[in-house]
Design a protein around this ligand. Sequence first.
Ligand code: ADP
Length: 291
Amino acid sequence: MKKPTITVIGSINMDLVTIAKRMPVQGETVLGEAFRLIPGGKGANQAVAAARLGADVHMIGAVGADMFGTELLQHLEKEGIVVDGVKPVTDVETGIATIVISEGDNRIIVVPGANHALCPDDLERWEEKIATSDVCLLQLEIPLPVVEQAVLIAKRHGVRVILNPAPAQPLPDTLLDQVDILTPNEHERDVVLAGRPMEKWAHKLIVTEGKRGVSFQRNGEWTLIPSFHVPVVDTTGAGDTFNGALAVALSKGMALEEACCYANAAAALSVTKLGAQTGMPTEKELESFLS
Ligand code: ADP
């Protein structure tokens, strides 16, 4: 059987994670417990999820000409992802997220950096790659005009587009009209469609609802595909795993309901381990979980 071919156009970040006993107050310095550098960014996370599940993944994005950029590219390559579509940028740093975790609370600052240096024209070189993909997978951590251009190219060639509208922002009607599938969580659904008739795009929605599972419309009725019960360690990256797995399942020709079940299972496995990418299952692990 032909391997699923997926183009992911999105963010590549290094997460700088600091764990401390308590948050410092303004002007205070506290000693931290631990520090970790963890590859992240919704685009990269979803690319890794799809690659682990056996897809040929082509990543389009941008990183800075710095230590993090080099490391993140090596990391993606180790996961078997083709990175020639990742643009090196010299005048801005690789995207980062500074995350401070303390007493079950977290504070996060994201600096998009190179991710925001990606421009619509960068995609023209990769038109052939996009055109020959089964699915083009997008999120909103890159400039909206790039997302719009990607959708335009993909639809020009009849390629299925999944847009994970995260982080949430209101989207133009034209974009909502063009994408095939939208995968918001409940909060993102409310922001993306705020003040607009949801019925118009309801047939494209697959709404992730955390431990409840996912909902979509079948013959005009909302249907819940329940999640799998697992011991939860860390839900970071559950949505990213879901999206990567959904792209793989649909590329393999599964119908929507079966694809949602497959993606629910992948996302459930991902929450049983710490970190966004650590718990993302391989094809084998997912198959044995489902058998
Ligand atoms: P996001 O991480 O984007 O906020 P959700 O929290 O809705 O997204 O989670 C995405 C998917 O991950 C869910 O639809 C479900 O399949 C799976 N998932 C999330 N939390 C759990 C959980 N506690 N147990 C099992 N599966 C989960």
